[in-house]
Every structure is written in C-alpha cells, then in structure tokens.
Write a protein that binds this ligand. Structure first.
Ligand SMILES: CSCCC(=O)C(=O)COP(=O)(O)O
Ligand SMILES: [Zn+2]
Length: 249
C-alpha cells in the first residue's frame, strides 16, 4: 500500500480514497464510463483545507488508485503532489496529466467555496440538454425530490453565496446550460459566467456533454448530484410524454 505526505492509503475517509470509492460507485451508474467524468475533493477535514485532490486525465475512473491523485493548493496554480513521483513499479513509467476538468473544478472551489465537485457524463443530463435545445436554462418545479437541492443566496455582507436551507417542492429549480467545446478545459469561461449569473445554482449543465455539480463537502455534492440526476431523468420522461416540467403554483 503506497503512502506519502499527501496520500494516506490506510484511511478510508481520506479524499484520495473517497475519490476511488465514489468513482467505482458512479461507474456502476454509467456516470463516469469510458474515462469520462470525474470527482475532485477538497481536504476540508485535514490540516490544510486548501488542498484539493484531482484524478489524472484519461484513466478508467473505476480503476483509479489513491496514489494516482494530483494535489493542488487553492487558488490552484501550484501542484503539490503528482503521481509521476511515485515508484516506477506503480507508474510503469506512464506520464500522468491532471484531469482536463481541473480548471472547472478550481472555478467551483474558488468562486463558490465548494468542498467537492462532481462531473458526470450522465445520459439523463445529456438528454435534458438536447430536449431543452433552444434554451440556456433547464427548469422544473412541483416535484418532491427538489427538496434535496440547496437554496442558495448571495449575502451582501459576506459577499459570498451561502446556503440558507433547501428548496421546497413547489420552488422552481433552475440550472444554466452552457454549450460544449472541443476541449474540456476551454469550458471554463462559460462555466464561470454561468456561476456568476446563477448564484442560486449548485450545478451547470453542459450541452451534449454532461453536468458539473458542487457542494459544501463530498457527501452533500453526492446527494445533490443524485437528486439532480433523478430530476433530469424524470424531466426527460415528462417532456417526451408531453407533460410540462414547470407548473404555475
Ligand atoms: C471520453 S472523456 C473526454 C474528456 C471528458 O469529457 C472528461 O470528463 C474526462 O476528462 P479527464 O481528463 O478527467 O479524463
Ligand atoms: Zn467531461
């Protein structure tokens, strides 16, 4: 079991281990298959809460090992740990690069003080962006599962977006949709503009690609991602059945 200053392979709740465990879970849900998608976790429980764990690019997410994680310190320009420094018997001389999602994950950490970010290639997210093809927003209301989504508001005093509770079932959940580009990292400007324009959103859809979801810690981000995926799947079915997803209260 490989361990160093940044990767404690023996602690199951360590971010490097949680990324591996959750990627396996998400793979079984078809959210991170074929190397697509990924998870990043900030070490909010550790000595330095500005350390962020990021998986390498182009690796089968269900086979990730804790020692394969990159570690960066927020705001994110400095790489503190790279799997390329691990013993050769582990790396087999493979040259690891950080995930192409890295700049997008960093935007969520820096702009929303997130504790974790999840990116999936869920077909429910992709189908929703296709069925809402002409729109830059996805909307749904009057569904019980909306209660799992946080209610976020800009606080003028702290100048931060803060969670003030959860949405009610009758509230309208609004997610911005941005258009895909050939290279994931080039989505960063559009993602940041969407985050600024939609302070109440905890996720951004990427048309014909997937979704980025963030939360105050990995367990909240996981719940938000699951609830959103449920709502997107339901919305797709409603739209195909001719049922409007938004109903006047
Ligand atoms: C078939 S995956 C294309 C890249 C992508 O969209 C993605 O989410 C994964 O990027 P990574 O660099 O983490 O492999
Ligand atoms: Zn992607």
């Amino acid at each position: 079991m490989y361990t160093n200053e940044y990767v404690d392979a023996k602690d199951p709740s360590h971010p490097a281990n949680l990324i591996c465990e959750l990627c396996r879970l998400f793979y079984d849900k078809d959210w991170v298959t074929g190397t697509g998608g990924g998870i990043s976790i900030r070490d909010t429980e550790g000595e330095n809460p500005n350390l962020v764990y990021i998986a390498p690019s182009g690796i089968q997410k269900e086979k990730l090992q804790p020692w394969e994680m990159f570690v960066v310190e927020l705001p994110g320009t400095k790489i503190l740990n790279t799997p390329n420094n691990c013993p050769k018997e582990l790396t087999k001389s493979y040259k690891y690069k950080p995930s192409a999602c890295t700049p997008l994950f960093l935007s969520c950490y820096n702009m929303r003080d997130a504790g974790a970010c999840i990116h999936t290639h869920s077909q429910n997210a992709v189908m929703a962006t296709l069925l809402w093809e002409e729109s830059i927003e996805f909307k749904i209301n009057n569904i019980e599962q909306i209660k799992a989504i946080p209610k976020l508001e800009y606080n003028k005093t702290t100048q931060k977006v803060e969670k003030i509770g959860n949405l009610e079932n009758y509230d309208t959940l609004v997610l911005p949709i941005i258009d895909n580009v050939p290279h994931e990292e080039d989505l960063v400007d559009d993602l940041e503009n969407a985050i600024l324009k939609y302070p109440g959103a905890t996720a951004v859809l990427v048309r014909r690609h997937g979704i980025y979801v963030w939360g105050e810690n990995i367990w909240k981000a996981k719940v938000y991602n699951e609830a959103l995926d449920y709502l997107l799947e339901l919305a797709v079915k409603m739209k195909l059945a001719g049922i409007p997803t938004v109903k006047n209260n």
